[in-house]
Write a protein that binds this ligand. Structure first.
Ligand code: F6P
Length: 599
C-alpha cells in the first residue's frame, strides 16, 4: 500500500483498531526491546495528550474524571441503600473477565465488612467464557438484553456498567439499549476507549440499531445525568486490536477507582472529589513505573516463554488467589488472539473453582480446558513435564509460602525451568530461601501506607502489575514464535463479526486491494474453495464466522492467495513450507515483489 493510501486507511479505523507506530517493528525485536516497546505503549494509558491531539479526552482529562466522580456517586447511593439495588458489570472476552474479577473482589470486600454483596458480573457466553474463548455470543444484542433483564428482575435500582473497549460488542449494545428503555430503574454507563463517533456503526444481528446509535443516545441522556459515557482514549494497542492489553488494564484501573471511591464515600464519609480520583489514577501510574522498572527480569521471562513455545512446549502459570485469576485470564486470551491451542499457555489456581467463586461453580466436568486447580496440575501435568516447559509461579508474601515452596519443590524434581513473579512489602519480604527456588524471580517490593497494608488496594496493585507482566510475557512469547507480522496478529481466529471485519482490514492493510477482493479471498479460505457459490457469498457474517470457527489459518491463507495470485491449494502449500506465520507472510511478499519486478 502506498503511503497516502496507508494513512487514509489508518485514519478510517477507530483508535482501538489502529496500528501503534511505537510497536510497528515488534516482530523483529528481542525480549529486551519488546519490554521497552510495551512500556512505551502502556505509558499512553496515562498520557495527557495522545498524538499531540488536545481534542481527544484521555484518562486524566477533567471531563473523564468528572464522569468517574458522577458514577462513583451512583455507587455510593446504591451502597447506602442496597435493598432491591444492584451494580452490574458486563462485557465480552477480557472485558467480561475483568468484570468478573472486580465484582468478586468487591463483593468479598463488602462481605468482610458485613455489607450486602450487591455486585454482579455478566460475561457473554456464561462462565465457560472466563476460561475459554466464546466469541459468538458477543454478536447477540438480544441475548445481552435478556441476560441483563433476568439478573435484574425485581430490582428497583440498577447501576449497569457495560464494558466494550472497542465500543463495538453487540452483546453490550443490546444491554445499554435495554437500560435506555428503562431509565426509571437503570443508570447505564458505557466504558470504552474510542471517541463516540468512532463507535461501531455496522448493522447487528436481528437489530434495528447499531453500537454508535446507542453510544449517541447515551451521550444525549448524559446531559441529564441519567446515563454516562466513559471513553478516554488510550492510543492504539501494542498488538493491533488486542484490547486485552491497554483496554483491559484501563478497565481495571477505572472501575476499581470508581468502586472504591463509592465505597469510601458510603462507609467512611469521604466525599468523592475529582482530586481523589486523580490521585488513585496516579497511584496506578506508579504501579506501572514499578513494574516496568524490572525490565531485565521481564525480558528474561519473555525469552524463556518464547523458547518454550518455539519448541512446541508449554508455559504454565501457577497462581495463588486473584493472581491465579490473572494467570487464567491471560492464558485464555491467547487462544483467540494468536490462534493458540488451549494448552500452549495454561493457568492454574490454588483450590481451583472454589477459589474462583464464579457464579456457575465447578466447571471441571466440561473438559480439560476447565481443569484449573493446583492439584489438577500436579496430577495431570507434572508427570509429563519436560525441561522445555516453562513454569511461572505467581504469588505474594501474603499467600501460603509453605504451599508455594512445597509445590516448587515438586516441580523442581522434574524441571529447573521454574520461575516466579513475587510481590512483597518493604516490611515483609518473601524470604530468600523461597526466592532461591526459582531460576528467575521478578521480585517486586511495594511500599504501602499502614492504611493500605492488607487492604484490597494492595491486592489490586499486585494484580495489575502481574497483568502487565503476563501480557508482556504471553505477547512476547507469541511474537518470538512468529505469530505476529509487524504488529498485527495475523493468525487471529475469525469467530465473530468484529474479528471478521478486522480480518478484512488486515488483508486490505497488507495487500492494498479493495475490500471486496479481500473479502472474497477470506471467504475462499473460510469455505475452503476456489469457487465460491452464490449461497456462500450471499450468506450473512454470522454464517461465515461459524464456518471460520472450524478452520485454521484463514487470514494467512487469504493473504497468500491475494498476494501471490494463487489457488487455495498453492497458498496452503506455501504456509505448510513455512510453519512460522511471519516467515510465510514475508516470503510471500518478497516473492510477489520479485515477480512484479520481473514482469
Ligand atoms: O471478540 C473477541 C474479543 O476481541 C476479545 O479478545 C476481547 O477481549 C473481547 O472481544 C471484547 O472486546 P471489547 O471490549 O472491545 O468489546
Amino acid at each position: 500500500m502506498d503511503d497516502l493510501k496507508q494513512s487514509c486507511y489508518e485514519l478510517s479505523l477507530p483508535v482501538t483498531e489502529k496500528c501503534n507506530a511505537i510497536s510497528r517493528d515488534i516482530d523483529r525485536a528481542n525480549g529486551k526491546q519488546m519490554v521497552q516497546i510495551l512500556r512505551r505503549c502502556d505509558a499512553e494509558i496515562f498520557e495527557k495528550k495522545i498524538n499531540n491531539d488536545s481534542f481527544q479526552q484521555t484518562l486524566y482529562s477533567s471531563s473523564v474524571i468528572q464522569t468517574m466522580v458522577d458514577v462513583a456517586k451512583r455507587v455510593e447511593m446504591i451502597l447506602r441503600d442496597p435493598e432491591e439495588s444492584l451494580i452490574v458489570l458486563s462485557g465480552c472476552g477480557t472485558s467480561g473477565r475483568i468484570a468478573f474479577l472486580l465484582v468478586t473482589s468487591f463483593n468479598e470486600m463488602l462481605k468482610a465488612q458485613n455489607q450486602k454483596q450487591i455486585c454482579l458480573y455478566i460475561i457473554a457466553g456464561g462462565d465457560r467464557a472466563l476460561l475459554t474463548s466464546q466469541e459468538a455470543p458477543e454478536d447477540d444484542p438480544a441475548l445481552g438484553a435478556l441476560t441483563l433483564d433476568k439478573v435484574c428482575a425485581g430490582k428497583k435500582r440498577v447501576l449497569f456498567i457495560g464494558i466494550s473497549c472497542g465500543m463495538s460488542a453487540p452483546f453490550v449494545a443490546g444491554q445499554l439499549d435495554f437500560c435506555l428503555k428503562h431509565l426509571d430503574v437503570f443508570t447505564p454507563v458505557l466504558l470504552g476507549f474510542n471517541p463516540v463517533h468512532m463507535a461501531r456503526s455496522e448493522p447487528m444481528q436481528n437489530c434495528s440499531f447499531h453500537f454508535k446509535d446507542v453510544a449517541e443516545r447515551m451521550t444525549a441522556v448524559q446531559r441529564q445525568k441519567k446515563a454516562f459515557v466513559l471513553n478516554p482514549v488510550l492510543g492504539a494497542e501494542a498488538i493491533s486490536g488486542s484490547s486485552r492489553m491497554k483496554g483491559g488494564s484501563a478497565t481495571k484501573i477505572i472501575l476499581e477507582t470508581i468502586l472504591l471511591a463509592g465505597h469510601e464515600a458510603a462507609f467512611r464519609g469521604k466525599i468523592t472529589m475529582p482530586e481523589c480520583i486523580t490521585a488513585r489514577i496516579t497511584t496506578n501510574e506508579m504501579v506501572y513505573e514499578t513494574t516496568y522498572s524490572h525490565s531485565d527480569e521481564l525480558a528474561a521471562l519473555i525469552h524463556k516463554a518464547g523458547e518454550s513455545l518455539q519448541m512446541k512446549a508449554h508455559v504454565y502459570y501457577i497462581g495463588w488467589h486473584t493472581l491465579g485469576v490473572i494467570g487464567l485470564t491471560d492464558a485464555s486470551e491467547c487462544i483467540p488472539t494468536y490462534g493458540a491451542d488451549f494448552d500452549d499457555i495454561r493457568g492454574f489456581i490454588n483450590n481451583g473453582f472454589s477459589e474462583m467463586k464464579n457464579k456457575e461453580g465447578d466447571l471441571s466436568s466440561l473438559g480439560p480446558q476447565f481443569v484449573i486447580g493446583h492439584k489438577d496440575f500436579v496430577d495431570t501435568i507434572l508427570p509429563t513435564l519436560s525441561q522445555n516447559d516453562m513454569i511461572l509461579f505467581l504469588f505474594s508474601v501474603n499467600d501460603d509460602l509453605h504451599e508455594v515452596t512445597a509445590l516448587a519443590d515438586q516441580v523442581r524434581r522434574r524441571t529447573s525451568n521454574l520461575h516466579a513473579i513475587a510481590h512483597d512489602l518493604e516490611k515483609l519480604t518473601v524470604p530468600e530461601r523461597v526466592c532461591n527456588m526459582f531460576k528467575t524471580v521478578l521480585h517486586l517490593t511495594w511500599s504501602f501506607t499502614s492504611e493500605e497494608v492488607n487492604s484490597f488496594v494492595m491486592r489490586q496493585r499486585w494484580e495489575l502489575s502481574t497483568k502487565w507482566c503476563l501480557n508482556a510475557i504471553s505477547t512476547g512469547a507469541h511474537v518470538l514464535k512468529g505469530k505476529v507480522y509487524m504488529n498485527y496478529m495475523i493468525d487471529l481466529r475469525v469467530t465473530n463479526s468484529k474479528l471478521y471485519r478486522r480480518a478484512i482490514n488486515i488483508l486490505q492493510r497488507f495487500t492494498g486491494c479493495a475490500k471486496s477482493e479481500c473479502e472474497r479471498a477470506l471467504l475462499r479460505a473460510i469455505y475452503s474453495t476456489d469457487d465460491l457459490s452464490e449461497d456462500m457469498t450471499s450468506a450473512d457474517v454470522w454464517k461465515h464466522t461459524d464456518a471460520a470457527n472450524r478452520r485454521d489459518q484463514v487470514v494467512p491463507t487469504a493473504l497468500v492467495m491475494i498476494q501471490c495470485g494463487c489457488t487455495l491449494a498453492e497458498a496452503r502449500h506455501h504456509l505448510d513450507c513455512h510453519p512460522v506465520i511471519r516467515d510465510a507472510v514475508s516470503a510471500c511478499f518478497s516473492s510477489s515483489k520479485n515477480k512484479s519486478t520481473v514482469d
